[in-house]
Design a protein around this ligand. Sequence first.
Ligand SMILES: NC(=O)c1ccc[n+]([C@@H]2O[C@H](COP(=O)([O-])OP(=O)(O)OC[C@H]3O[C@@H](n4cnc5c(N)ncnc54)[C@H](OP(=O)(O)O)[C@@H]3O)[C@@H](O)[C@H]2O)c1
Length: 268
Amino acid sequence: MKLLIIGGGNMGLTYAKSFLKSRIVAKEEMLILEKSPEKAVELTKLDIGVVFGETGDYINDVDLIIIAVKPQDTSILFSNLAPYINANHVIMSIMAGVKINALAEQLGTKKIIRAMPNLPAQIGTGMTVFTSSDAVIRKELILVQNLLNSTGKSIYKDSEEMIDAATAISGSGPAYVFYFMQSMIEAARNMGFSQAESELLTSQTFRGAVDLLNKNDINCEEWIRRVSSKGGTTEAAFQSLEKFDVSGNFKTSLNAALIRSKKLSEIT
Ligand SMILES: NC(=O)c1ccc[n+]([C@@H]2O[C@H](COP(=O)([O-])OP(=O)(O)OC[C@H]3O[C@@H](n4cnc5c(N)ncnc54)[C@H](OP(=O)(O)O)[C@@H]3O)[C@@H](O)[C@H]2O)c1
């Protein structure tokens, strides 16, 4: 299988490295198109594939094209790319807010996949939600899911609307986790721990809680019940969390991300 990654930035590079590591794609079959000459030199030094600076006939026999550039770079890219696109190409875009219809129209093709990965993909613990146009066949979806799974986990959704929802939950999600971690670190500092100790206490607590959830068949609500004893410290914290409706306010914030995600899809 021949694969072309367009954009050798954070995500493009993450994909190239993960796909090679998983051995799904061989180095000779990994093509990278990067417009920045400096980045192209760096990518060539990494020896992870064949690096190109512009579009060309080499695109004709590529099976899968992954678009990993910023949405604002699409107009130039699409006009350069469209002449080389044929009906056999499967296009996968990870650009936030660029809809399947817009991709199909501007590239003049039907096989489109949209995926929303997140930052931990860089270390193999990413979460990706993806969807596709009707023209993409099952075999092609399985191939793409295998590739995506080399960066973590993935789920397929029939509805493109769920890409906006995924953007609000797992796409932006790492930032929410860092926000809560930062609050805990600051609280630990205020209680007398050093910065390093506060970070360790917090990150190990998050890791432990996630591991407990993943390794047992017990949901979050039940774990909260198990940690909280009557008249204890956790209960005191939860009385305060409930008084300020932290859960309700957090859900409202996530909804703001969903509204913004939908708005961006309308603009693009
Ligand atoms: N990073 C994430 O965690 C994440 C998560 C979900 C989705 N995404 C999406 O992934 C996409 C890429 O994000 P990123 O963080 O990897 O961005 P990035 O680091 O800026 O990488 C994009 C790369 O594409 C290059 N480029 C731009 N136009 C090009 C063209 N016409 N042909 C070839 N290369 C071109 C850029 O070069 P220049 O530097 O010269 O412009 C840059 O090196 C974005 O659309 C973003 O919405 C990212």
